[in-house]
Design a protein. Structure first.
Length: 676
């Protein structure tokens, strides 16, 4: 059946906003992407994909002598906040030249903020600090924010991925190949840095923002004397926290924020070109009544499913030392377990529940079954009750009696003892279905409270870095605890609240970042009349200036000799043939930096607008010299770091065979390609 109206297709790689997208990352986490670059160790706290290109956050660890060469950023602003040890910052085009005056250099202690605007040169180094420790490495560390996102893609391409962050950091190797990679990324506005080597006479535009340096509270006289000269230099803005030491530097403003918290502004929207605001706050302890709960969703599965189901469970220890629980699940079918056999969802066996357990394991691990609530082979629960609710959900209630299965002492202790909201046990609820027999949704058993302030919905990206104390967050339905040196990210459109329910004052940073607009596809009037497929497995051809909509089924979409085509695969496992025996028509890409030695670039202007990694495949056939993934080069599309350009070196030039819309180049691998 053909479509008479233009269908709506999903862009599966575009991140969603919701509670499943939040991040809680402790310092030295081994679960985060980490790179060697410039002789340093850089850990990604929030990636371009996770923030939908809004920003990047990094933990930068610099050994003695570490730090990047003098450079400036074409694309992103950068903010550093000292965490441990001293760093020497140098500013201006002449900062890296020995003996050149004026040379704007200052060594700053922890809790100093430095803002380096795009298009203005900077460098920073660890001269002799050894107070920060990562495995066998000693040095200094700083928290880095860059807006917009993209700098992690630079590290993906130019840096070296780290397998063991605790081993010695290798020396920097800035060779010709690395410089070429820097040029390739920098010219595409990928968030890359543009090093000053080829432009010794570079002068920033007059429109560039000011450098900003904010000293910590009560700075010593040596630091003040080092920084004061910069306050008289055009293009620098020098501040301090508070003004109780009679130093003639302006003090940062304060204001009231969400939840009655008093903030000190470290950077205002105006100072950053309305991209981010950077603040800090203190929070005194408050009393909370806690209870134990588990919130179940698909994202807690170690291999997250696409399920929209969710659940919430209450858990408590009764007077007999048994565990009473109540689990309500929405979006799954329990019909076959009740007398009426009433289905709760449309006739789709894939969402039929087959088993439910309380398992032993942390949030980041799978463990053995501790108690089988529902299991066709080994049923521990003898008195299970299942109630179908009017809203389509199901509630399971029962008691884990010690006579049914031994209750682990660690779980009893967790339920008996007090603790802070957000503290997690080493046990979780797990629901299994016909469609996902290994696990559809799961939820860690954790402490929570109703004593959070009324939540607010985030309009922007909200990020926090807890410096001291224990800060509890409620993000959507989940409660998380962030201890010292922990990064927390809350996406736009998410309800959240936080509170200090510990014993000591919390000291935290808080950063708000404006979301990035979507990069639109070309207007429909730039193409010929759309070509639609049906609901079967279709074979569709694009000949030039065509838009192809394949709808449902496992479809084949082939680009013949024409260029400037837009291809939507729709649902199903689709084949995108971007070159079959011949290179499609191309036009010169004038944005390629050929003046700096890069080869000429030709662009087919073909776009895959609906490619889903892990499901769809990209086919290349019959092109001389292109027979494997290693023959290709993947880079961000010009002006769109969230999309990928597939490049093929042919006859001394490069051909952009297609752009993959909404998929970053680091998300594609050989598994996504077929060479026929």
């Amino acid at each position: 059946m053909s479509h008479t109206t233009e269908p709506v297709f999903r862009l599966p790689s575009t991140p969603k906003s919701g509670t499943e997208d939040y991040l809680v990352v402790p310092q030295n986490s081994k679960d985060r992407p980490t790179w060697y670059a410039s002789g340093d160790l850089y850990t990604g706290l929030a990636t371009t994909r996770e923030t939908d290109a809004g920003f990047n956050a990094f933990d930068f660890f610099l050994p003695v002598g570490g730090g990047p060469p003098l450079h400036y950023h074409l694309y992103d602003n950068e903010v550093w906040y000292g965490i441990d040890g001293q760093l020497e910052f140098s500013f201006g085009n002449k900062a890296g030249e020995q003996g050149t005056e004026p040379k704007y250099t200052v060594t700053v202690p922890p809790e100093t903020l430095v803002f380096g605007p795009r298009l203005k040169p900077h460098t920073y180094h660890n001269i002799d600090s050894t107070t920060a420790i990562v495995g066998e490495n000693v040095g200094a560390r700083t928290l880095s924010f860059t807006t917009p996102g993209g700098l992690d893609l630079f590290f993906d391409y130019v840096g070296v991925s780290v397998e063991n962050r605790d081993t010695p950091i290798p020396k920097a190797n800035f060779d010709a190949d690395t410089f070429t990679k820097v040029l390739e990324l920098g010219g595409r506005s990928s968030g890359a840095s543009y090093f000053l080597g080829p432009e010794p006479d570079y002068v920033p535009p007059k429109s560039a923002l000011d450098y900003v340096v904010v000293l910590p509270k009560n700075p010593d006289a040596e630091l003040v004397n080092a920084v004061l000269p910069l306050s008289n230099v055009d293009g620098f803005s020098i501040w301090q926290i508070g003004n109780d030491n009679n130093i003639f530097l302006p003090s940062r403003p304060t204001f009231s924020g969400p939840f009655g918290t008093e903030y000190t502004s470290l950077l205002t929207w105006e100072e950053t070109g309305h991209e981010l605001s950077y603040n800090q706050f203190s929070l005194t302890p408050q009393v909370a009544h806690t209870f134990v709960q588990a919130n179940l969703n698909a994202q807690q599965e170690l291999e997250p499913t696409k399920s929209l189901a969710n659940g919430v469970a209450s858990v408590k220890l009764d007077e007999q030392g048994d565990i009473d629980y109540s689990l309500t699940v929405t979006g799954l079918d329990f019909g076959k377990f009740v007398e009426s056999y009433t289905p709760q969802t449309p006739n789709n066996k894939l969402d039929d529940v087959i088993a439910i357990y309380i398992d032993s394991g942390t949030r980041s691990s799978n463990g053995p079954h501790a108690f089988s609530i529902l299991d066709p082979k080994k049923q521990d629960e003898k008195d299970l009750k299942i109630t179908l609710n009017a809203d389509g959900s199901a509630t399971l209630t029962g008691t884990w009696n010690q006579t049914e299965e031994d209750i682990p002492t660690t779980l009893k202790d967790f339920l008996t003892h007090s603790g802070l909201p957000g503290q997690e046990s080493d046990f979780y609820f797990s629901v299994h279905t016909e469609g996902n027999p290994r696990g559809e949704i799961r939820g860690q058993i954790a402490r929570t409270t109703d004593d959070f302030s009324e939540p607010v919905e985030s309009e922007n990206h909200e990020a926090f870095y807890v410096k001291e104390g224990q800060l509890s967050f409620k993000i959507g339905n989940e409660t998380k605890l962030a201890g010292p040196d922990t990064f927390v990210y809350v996406p736009p459109g998410t309800e959240y609240s936080f509170g200090n329910f510990g014993q000591e004052t919390v000291e935290s940073l808080a950063v708000s970042v404006i979301p990035q607009p979507k990069i639109p596809l070309e207007s429909a009037n730039q193409f010929n009349t759309p070509i639609y497929g049906g609901n079967d497995n279709d074979l569709l051809f694009a000949g030039g200036n065509d838009r192809i909509f394949a709808a449902e089924g496992d479809d084949i979409l082939k680009i013949s000799s024409g260029g400037h085509n837009l291809l939507y695969g729709g649902l199903g496992a689709d084949q995108f043939w971007i070159a079959d025996g011949t290179i499609p028509d191309t036009v010169p890409e004038t944005r390629q930096l050929t003046d700096f030695g890069l080869p000429p670039l030709e662009d087919t202007r073909n776009v895959l607008a609906d490619f889903e990694p892990g499901v769809d495949k990209i086919y290349i056939s019959g092109i001389s010299g292109i027979s494997s993934f290693n023959d290709l080069k993947l880079l961000p599309a010009f002006g769109d770091i969230r999309s990928t350009s597939i490049l093929a070196p042919i006859d001394g030039k490069e051909i952009s065979l297609a752009n993959v819309y909404g998929v970053a180049f680091s998300e594609l691998s050989a598994e996504n390609f077929v060479f026929a």
